[in-house]
Design a protein around this ligand. Structure first.
Ligand SMILES: Nc1nc2c(c(=O)[nH]1)N[C@H]1C(S)=C(S)[C@@H](COP(=O)(O)OP(=O)(O)OC[C@H]3O[C@@H](n4cnc5c(N)ncnc54)[C@H](O)[C@@H]3O)O[C@H]1N2
Ligand code: MOO
Length: 424
């Protein structure tokens, strides 16, 4: 076995392994068209342009009266201008015609009638309520001869949402590479687009190994444990925006290769367990001859690691092999895979690194980068749990990962450590 590499070196090797996958996913020819109802979280494959103006017509920003500003130019509190009330328009009505010298009742979102150039909110009018209009009444119900008074002039354009002020026709709604957030999807829908071209998501085959494992819910026999990693890691992977298929590896190497071959859609295989020095390391036994390299990273937890392109039938498939301990697998994911997969899906990998003081003394293997799971206390200090890689419940309650670099074997209470927030 070769000498341990640093976590940084291993992270670079994982990034290099997955670089061709990224190149393949962002190729324009790989794009898929999906309805907007299924596009949340996907990444645009190409610039998206708006076929229409949004809003498509000038409409009112307030409930009030549409006027021609020049008609109320002389209005003042002492000498209000009174105008006859014209035809009303509600949201959804076709665009009407404003008669110069009148005031047209107009509701929020309704077209500003052609010829009017400003809207005066109803609260600023006399009377400060609509006359003769209601849910059962419309334009024709304004009593003949009714007038409305204005005590101030108005600038042209006031409270008018102009055509195309949100999006001009032909404008780029969002560029290629944008991840579709709720607001992005709303903007695309507002432009009338029912479907979008998105990059394919990476498809990850997640393999757990070990014949001690039983699915949660099943009865446990002697020597058996519940499979925690399939749940933790499929959730962790899904959060990065990849598609995940989970499978439990059979116990023999040949069957493991057959299982991988039965998933031709997989872009990446992530294995958990079966990589260290035991007599029954099925992942290693199956994948080392296929081209995956196994070795040690100077990190705790997460020491034994595997990486490489596996020849599976006619294919060469990237494989990232993590150790099986429940904490090791999650820490390995945080260190090596999460940043790359987040980048694939154009998601921020948000793990802000800050310094915090230790609430208590800790020790660490001097030759390894240690990643402790801890929680920030109210005074800003960090309290870490035990270092053992089976302590998953501690991890479940952790809010930070605390990093102790290679070369440090002990830190006193109050010492500064780098922490990553994992609760954001
Ligand atoms: N002689 C040595 N023994 C071990 C070494 C070593 O260097 N020399 N490394 C230790 C370290 S560190 C780790 S980490 C583990 C890695 O072992 P494997 O990757 O081969 O994993 P397994 O042996 O399959 O499992 C380890 C541990 O985790 C439990 N496990 C596995 N899968 C799951 C799952 N899906 N859900 C819950 N728990 C799981 C498994 O039962 C074992 O207890 O090797 C050390 N040994
Ligand atoms: O590397 Mo193991 O993950 O230390 O427990």
């Amino acid at each position: 076995m070769s000498a341990p590499v640093t976590p940084q070196e291993h992270a670079v090797a994982v990034a290099e392994l997955l670089a061709p996958l990224r190149a393949r996913l962002i190729e324009p020819g790989a794009a898929e068209t999906v309805p907007i109802a299924r596009a949340a979280g996907h990444v645009l494959a190409a610039d998206l342009t708006s076929p229409v103006a949004v809003p498509p017509f000038a409409n009112s920003q307030m409930d009030g009266y549409a006027v021609r500003a020049s008609d109320v130019a002389s209005a003042s509190a002492g000498a209000p201008v009174r105008l006859p009330i014209g035809a009303a328009s509600a949201a959804g009505d076709p665009i009407g015609v404003h008669v110069v010298g009148t005031a047209s009742p107009v509701m929020t979102g309704a077209p500003v009638p052609d010829g009017a150039d400003a809207v005066i909110p109803i609260e600023q009018c006399d009377p400060a309520h609509f006359i003769g209009l209601g849910s059962a009444a419309h334009a024709d119900d304004v009593p003949p001869g009714a007038t409305v008074g204005f005590a101030a002039p108005v600038e042209p354009g006031t409270f008018v949402r102009g055509t195309g002020t949100d999006l001009a026709p032909g404008a780029i709604i969002l560029p290629a590479g944008t991840r579709l957030t709720p607001a992005a999807l709303g903007s695309i829908a507002a432009a009338g687009l029912a479907e979008v071209a998105v990059r394919p998501r990476a498809h990850v085959l997640l393999l757990s190994t070990g014949h001690e494992l039983r699915a949660p819910g099943a009865p446990l026999g002697s020597g058996q444990i519940y499979d925690a990693n399939s749940s933790s890691m499929s959730a962790a992977l899904a959060e990065t925006g990849v598609d995940v298929t989970t499978a439990t590896s059979p116990d023999d190497a040949e069957a493991l290769l057959t299982l991988i071959a039965a998933h031709p859609d997989a872009d990446l295989v992530v294995t958990m367990g079966g990589v260290s020095a035991g007599a029954f390391e099925v992942v290693r036994d199956a994948l080392e001859p296929a081209g995956v390299r196994f070795g040690h990273v100077a990190m705790q937890p997460g020491g034994p690691q595997g990486l490489g392109l596996a020849r599976i039938g006619e294919r060469e498939l990237p494989v990232v092999a993590f150790p099986g301990n429940p904490v090791s697998v999650l820490v390995s994911f945080e260190m090596f895979l999460r940043p790359i997969l987040c980048a694939l899906s154009e998601r921020p990998a948000l793990r802000p690194a800050v310094q915090a003081r230790l609430a208590h003394a800790i020790t660490s293997p001097a030759g390894k980068h240690q990643v402790r799971r801890g929680a920030l206390r109210e005074d800003g200090s960090v309290e870490v749990g035990g270092p053992s890689s089976h302590l998953l419940h501690d991890y479940a309650r952790a809010t930070v990962l605390a990093h102790v670099p290679i070369g440090v074997d002990a830190l006193p209470a109050g010492a500064e450590v780098e922490i990553w927030r994992i609760d954001e």
